[in-house]
Design a binder for this molecule. Sequence first.
Ligand SMILES: [Zn+2]
Length: 268
Amino acid sequence: MSAAARAAAARCPEHRARFERAGLSPDDLKTPDDLFGLDPVRRIDPAHWPGPPVDGWGEALKAMGLRSGDVVLTALPTRSGRTAETIDLALGRLGCRPVPSLANDAAFQITLLRDLSCKAYVGRPTDLAALEAQAGRDGLDVDELIPARVVLVLEAGRTEGEGGPPAPAPGKTGLRAYASAEAGCLGYECDRCAGFHPTVDVLIEVLDPESGRPAEPGRPGEVIVTILDPERPLIRYAPGDRAVLANRPCARGPVSFRLIEPETGSGG
Ligand SMILES: [Zn+2]
């Protein structure tokens, strides 16, 4: 933990100032309990983030079922340039073959999915919904077009790009990633427990809004993200999302959480 804290303080003035305010040195952070001496940070200048954060994406994409040799249609909007670039790198390291396409050209995507036998789709829920609608008009079966997993990208704190809420996965095969352009993939949706599991170096806290202390499992609170990878360090960052920690461990991982959709107030 202190290696990540040292890296964060060296790289990022927002982290450094917070350590100074708390009278702590990065070396003082040895266990997760030590994090409570630091207030959550809510804004970090984009220039102070490390990157590109590839490792979290690789772990998540593998957990979501992608394997070496899979052809994957990537349909991310051009303004998510960093996310798109990072996902392409992660897919390449897994041995997958990414096929980039325009986010909103459903007809062309259908041609690519058929001609290249793509196994998966990586894109936003809204664009996938448009693709499904187009496939329906063409009389095509989406499960045949995209036979295995559908991976949807959600961006932490501004999930649909412009500050909107996390959209539910429209397809029955859809699994979502919880991610931010700057910090990379923070967690991935699990087909067994329907919650999100944090990627390996990520600690997710859910804080009771009243007390600022950890919320009981099953109780909603504010998401706080810590990344212990010194290559993409982050100490107690609040992306602006709400979640509930699961009551029970899952076979895929001891910790899972459900994101709360801001519009409906229900678990997602
Ligand atoms: Zn699970």
